[in-house]
Design a binder for this molecule. Structure first.
Ligand SMILES: Nc1ncnc2c1ncn2[C@@H]1O[C@H](COP(=O)(O)OP(=O)(O)O)[C@@H](O)[C@H]1O
Ligand SMILES: [Mg+2]
Length: 479
């Protein structure tokens, strides 16, 4: 068993005092910092499996050493949520790191020492073991399912990482660290929080007793650069012809809904579609958390605000949609309809605010209609279902479904016209549908977007705007 000569056991330091309230001085465990440093055995909790097996050679020693040194540094400097990972902050810690490493009597290669230093910095000044994933530009999402299992999405593919936390308290500490500077917290009474990091990334934290796996953290990283139309074409998510068709629809002021599952690329597509709005028009965007990045100059961006812990001060999407209508918008872009705001959105579309765009959570065009009915009911207005469906049929022109296929790739999988009502049903007509033809040897889906042969009824509206598309777009023999 490896011996380390550091003052505290893992259990002692992990039982860090709770983060102080704003304004309170950081709690520094002076007694512990000044205490003599007895020789202690590594707690047996480390024995059963490696903590953070970075390399074969270092095995789990690396993870133990990291935690021991980081915990000592944390105890010495106190809670560090105000620390940024700056060169100065790192420079201040380096001598103490070197001293503690000497004390531990661990013999490390030069490169290992550098890795250890970086990992310790991640612990002391960052979000611990997930910090490397947050720095990695190829990673778009980070998912911590309790202390032992961390998944990441890299290049659009979900994969399990070999990253683990020392224990539940360690994961909990990172969760607190993420939320504290945002003025949010999780506790027994209310163990969940949704927030946006300063860099624009979205974070959700849910902890026991509601999260049975232990502290669960989901981070959707903010992309400095949103994917563009050309990216989507290059990735095979859509074709240039399809993009031209959608551009024509936006120019002709059709009301468009992008439907899809979570993470299927709805917001990305909405961003691309919104990019087609002419620069001469006034755009008001309404979002739960600002994700859209429009390049037009005349854009007013509105963002909802969650309630304060006492329940007051909430500004809902719905309030913002109503407000947006009073701002003389040419176009309203609602990031996502999740609830009663759907009614306001439909009414806006039906009262002269053509060309509005939104997304919602649904896997097919038909599902999107049912979702809209349900969400309209959430508005609290007691409308008969038939009336709601009539509103939907009158308001929405086009539903574009974005999907994540089984190989992880994201694609537009159907483009459907909303044609109107027939007896009690909303009439939908697919214009393009993605046809899967099989899999490549390495598991990639092969397929393409096929016209159904139906020419949409709204073509007249496009033509009235002087927008013409070759009939071949809709397939040979389109009527
Ligand atoms: N067509 C695409 N191909 C590859 N990655 C994509 C595509 N569309 C979106 N993404 C990526 O997928 C993630 C989720 O996209 P987003 O548009 O936020 O999804 P949603 O709004 O449906 O939750 C982001 O990291 C985004 O960059
Ligand atoms: Mg989205």
């Amino acid at each position: 068993m490896v011996l380390f000569h550091l003052g505290k056991t893992q259990a002692q330091v992990a039982a860090e005092p709770p983060l102080p309230e704003d304004g309170e001085a950081p709690i520094v465990d002076e007694a512990a910092a000044a205490a003599p440093t007895p020789t202690i055995a590594v707690p047996s909790v480390f024995d059963p499996e490696p903590l953070w097996p970075v390399t074969q050679e270092t095995g789990h020693r690396f993870g133990e050493l990291k935690m021991l040194i980081a915990n000592r540094l944390l105890a010495e400097v106190g809670p560090v949520e105000e620390y940024r990972r700056t060169a100065e902050a790192a420079a201040k810690l380096l001598p103490r790191f070197r001293a503690l490493l000497r004390e531990s009597e661990a013999s490390l290669e030069r490169a290992e020492e550098e890795d250890l230093w970086q990992a310790v910095l991640d612990e002391v000044l960052g979000f611990g073991p997930i910090e490397p994933l947050l720095r990695d530009d190829d990673v778009s999402e980070v998912m911590v399912n309790g202390p032992r299992l961390v998944h990441a999405e890299r290049h659009g593919r979900l994969c399990e990482t070999d990253i683990t936390f020392a224990d539940e308290e360690h994961a909990m500490r990172v969760a607190w660290r993420i939320l504290k500077p945002l003025g949010r917290r999780v506790e027994n009474k209310w163990p969940l929080a949704d927030a946006r990091l300063p860099d624009g990334s979205r974070v959700n934290v849910i902890v026991p007793p509601c999260a049975l796996n232990g502290p669960t953290i989901t981070i959707r990283k903010f992309f400095k650069r949103r994917l563009t139309m050309d990216d989507l074409i290059a990735f095979g998510s859509t074709t240039r012809e399809m993009v031209e068709f959608l551009r024509a629809c936006v120019l002709a002021r059709l009301n468009v809904v992008v439907a899809g599952g979570t993470g299927s690329g709805k917001t990305t597509l909405l961003n691309v579609l919104s990019g087609f709005i002419p620069a001469s028009e006034r755009i008001v965007t309404v979002e739960d958390s600002a994700e859209l990045q429009l390049s037009q100059r005349h854009v007013v961006r509105l963002e909802a605000r969650p309630a304060d812990p006492d329940g007051s001060g909430r500004v809902a999407i719905r309030d913002l949609v109503v407000n947006a209508l009073r701002m003389r918008p040419d176009r309203i872009v609602v990031g996502e309809c999740r609830s009663g705001e759907t009614l306001d959105m439909l009414q806006a579309m039906n009262t002269g605010h053509d060309g509005s765009l939104t997304t919602l959570h649904a896997n097919t065009a038909r599902d999107a209609i049912s979702r809209m009915v349900t969400m309209t009911m959430m508005s609290g207005m007691e409308l008969p279902v038939r009336t709601i469906k009539e509103q939907i049929a009158a308001a929405i022109d086009l539903i574009v479904v974005q999907s994540r296929l089984r190989d992880g790739s994201r694609k537009i999988t159907s483009v459907t016209e909303v044609q109107g009502m027939e007896s009690d049903a909303v009439v939908l007509q697919d214009v393009f549908v993605y046809k899967e033809r099989g899999l490549t040897a390495d598991g990639k889906v092969i397929g393409e977007m096929m016209p159904t042969g139906m020419r949409p009824k709204f073509m007249e509206r496009l033509e009235a705007k002087g927008i013409t598309l070759p009939p071949s777009v809709f397939g040979a023999g389109a009527s």
